[in-house]
Write a protein that binds this ligand. Structure first.
Ligand SMILES: Nc1nc2c(c(=O)[nH]1)N[C@H]1C(S)=C(S)[C@@H](COP(=O)(O)O)O[C@H]1N2
Ligand SMILES: [Mo]
Length: 445
């Protein structure tokens, strides 16, 4: 039962496209893979459809089945895969090995402070071969500074005030795997997010020190990673933020994580971290900053990268680049990190649920849970953030009325009153900003 699902998971995560393509382009095969190879590996029965068949395949009664939306892919099959090994990381799921992209299963993100070995990896190119902190330099130029300046990393550490902050980092494409019709790109499910403590300094202090001119509108980054093609003249990615975000006192230049060095794949020895923005703004392996008097024009700045349709479009639409707007703040979102999806639970006892919630530039006001497919909602206990842009933690002990298959759904509501949608929100060509409710499966026995 719960531990016989890796076949489908492997199929899904090694694919270029998401779970919906699998289920809708070839529903019969999807059914077969789901209900035979995984749920009943030795069974030779015909194709299964409908709820009673699903109940049979899961081997337990689906509680509240009358409330379960038709065509819903059970949470127990929706998000997981096998871990792989990378030195200094623990249990991450590989999405791509060149460039390296790997995400973290929700139940491995249960710590309130994400350990270094559990932070996801999102590389657009090949990491630098040489990353010696004592000889690392940062050059700051651009149209909006008087003279180009250069600091070594030891000079930065020595000259500026040190700060440590917990800041949530989430890839703009987190959740992409759930868009329907599927979109290309890394098929992130839920785990391209984390919230470690970042050790470094305020970016603002540096920008004031070098004499930022008033006409600066954008701060761009340059980095030492190499383009996947091997062409040394091409940068894999060079993005940044608007000047107001660069000057925010919580925007950071970072040289460490959780009191030690950053992992080599997370930008060691120097990176940027901008809370509430798509992760792509937080340049890793940072070697250069440019204060621009115009919008930056580096690789992955132009649409369709990190852009969504300015006006909502029908799923699957072709959207002209001039009709796309840059992704800005990340939406409100939450993650159930304990228990792991698919676990068995003694139904006579209450089940403690723990998780995190975050909301781009906003705070999170409340997090609610549902065990009946969104029909009723329960308020959880929610902690305030340790500092601005840190995720918040929620707790609640759920009781189940009878044994069976359940889904626990979580929905966060931000300080603007915006809540997470239960279904995948506005389709867009590159699959950004999916903040649909997280669902976990629980077998109450
Ligand atoms: N130099 C450089 N910076 C980068 C990237 C990259 O490929 N190269 N990826 C970006 C993207 S898209 C994201 S989501 C975050 C991921 O940070 P992480 O790998 O430390 O989790 O880094 C950003 N900064
Ligand atoms: Mo990203």
């Amino acid at each position: 039962m719960p531990d016989e699902k890796p076949v489908l998971r492997t199929l899904l995560t090694r694919r270029e496209r998401g779970i919906h393509e699998f289920f809708f382009s070839d529903p019969e095969r999807a059914d077969w893979e789901t209900w035979h190879r995984i749920a009943h590996p030795k069974s030779r029965r015909g194709f299964l459809t409908g709820l009673s068949a699903m109940t049979g395949a899961l081997g337990v009664h689906i509680a509240f089945s009358e409330l379960m939306p038709r065509g819903l892919i059970p949470a127990v099959y929706a998000n997981a895969s096998e871990p792989f090994e990378i030195e200094g990381k623990d249990g991450l799921v590989l999405l791509n090995d060149r460039p390296l992209n790997a995400e973290t299963m929700p139940h491995l993100l249960n710590d309130n402070v994400t350990p270094t070995n559990r932070l996801f990896i999102r590389n657009n190119g090949l990491p630098p071969a040489e990353t010696n902190p004592s000889s690392w330099t940062l050059t700051i130029g651009g149209e909006s500074v008087g003279a180009t300046r250069r600091y070594t990393l030891p000079e930065l550490k020595q000259k500026f005030e040190h700060v440590s902050r917990q800041i949530t980092l989430e890839c703009g494409g987190n959740g992409r795997a759930e868009f329907d019709p599927p979109v290309s790109g890394n098929q992130w499910t839920l785990g391209a997010v984390g919230c470690p403590v970042w050790d470094g300094m305020r970016l603002r202090d540096l920008l004031l020190d070098i004499g930022k001119r008033d006409n600066a509108v954008f701060l761009a980054y340059h980095a030492k990673d190499r383009h996947a093609s091997g062409d040394p003249t091409r940068e894999p990615i060079s993005r940044g933020v608007h000047i107001s975000k660069a000057m925010d006192p919580d925007s950071m230049l970072v040289w460490g994580m959780n009191g030690a060095d950053m992992h080599p794949m997370n930008g060691h020895p120097l990176r940027l971290v901008f809370g509430g923005q798509p992760g792509s703004t937080s340049g890793k392996w940072l070697t250069g900053l440019a204060l621009r008097d115009r919008l930056h024009d580096g690789p992955k700045m132009a649409p369709p990268a990190y852009h969504v349709p300015c006006e909502p479009v029908a799923p699957g639409s072709q959207v002209a680049y001039e009709d796309m707007c840059m992704l800005d703040s990340m939406p409100v979102k939450s993650l159930i990190t304990s228990p792991a999806s698919g676990m068995q639970h003694e139904s006579k006892q209450r089940l403690p649920i723990h998780g995190h919630a975050w909301a781009g530039a906003q705070g999170v006001n409340s997090v609610q849970l549902s065990i009946d497919y969104g029909t009723t909602w329960l308020d959880t206990e929610l902690q305030p953030p340790v500092n601005r842009f840190a995720w918040q933690h929620f707790d609640y002990s759920v009781s189940f009325p009878k044994s069976g298959y359940y889904e626990v759904w979580a929905r966060a509501i931000d300080s603007d009153g915006d809540s997470q949608p239960m279904l995948v929100p506005g389709w867009n060509p590159k699959g950004y900003g999916n903040n649909a409710c997280h669902r976990i499966a629980v077998y109450a026995v």
